[in-house]
Design a protein around this ligand. Structure first.
Ligand SMILES: [Zn+2]
Length: 129
C-alpha cells in the first residue's frame, strides 16, 4: 500500500488549498442568494406556491452551506495536521491512510476501515431496542 510521504506533501497541500478556495467561493455565492424573506419584500401578492418554492430553495441553500462549512473545517484540520507533521495517519487507529484515498479525498481523517465504522454509527442499520 502506498502511503503519505514527505515527497507527496506539496501535491497534497496544493489539493487541499485548491479545495479550500473552491469551498470558500461556493460559500460566498450562497451568501449572495437572497433568502426567502428577502424575496418576498416588494411583492405585494405572492402566491403560496411561490413561497413554498422559495422556502424549499432556502432550505436547500442552508443544507448546502452546512455541508460546505463542514467540509471546509475538515480541509482546514487536514492542513493543520500537515503543518504539525501528523497528516496521513488515521485519527482513530493511527494507521497510515492509503495514498490513493488521500489523493481522492485529501481531507480524509480516517482510514477506509474506520471511516466505514463512523458511517455505520451515523446511519445505523439496526436500531438498538
Ligand atoms: Zn483507522
Amino acid at each position: 500500500m502506498d502511503t503519505y510521504d514527505i515527497k507527496n506533501a506539496s501535491h497534497i497541500a496544493q489539493l487541499l488549498s485548491q479545495r479550500e478556495q473552491e469551498i470558500r467561493t461556493e460559500l460566498r455565492a450562497l451568501d449572495n442568494i437572497p433568502s426567502a424573506v428577502d424575496g418576498m419584500a416588494g411583492h405585494e401578492v405572492l402566491d403560496f406556491k411561490d413561497v413554498a418554492v422559495e422556502e424549499t430553495l432556502a432550505r436547500l441553500d442552508r443544507a448546502n452551506a452546512y455541508r460546505l462549512a463542514s467540509e471546509l473545517s475538515q480541509v482546514m484540520s487536514a492542513q493543520r495536521r500537515m503543518a504539525e507533521h501528523h497528516y496521513g495517519n488515521c485519527l482513530d487507529c493511527g494507521d497510515l491512510i492509503d495514498m490513493r484515498r488521500l489523493l481522492a479525498l485529501p481531507a480524509s481523517s480516517y482510514c477506509a476501515a474506520c471511516q466505514t465504522m463512523h458511517e455505520h454509527e451515523k446511519f445505523p442499520r439496526h436500531q438498538a431496542l
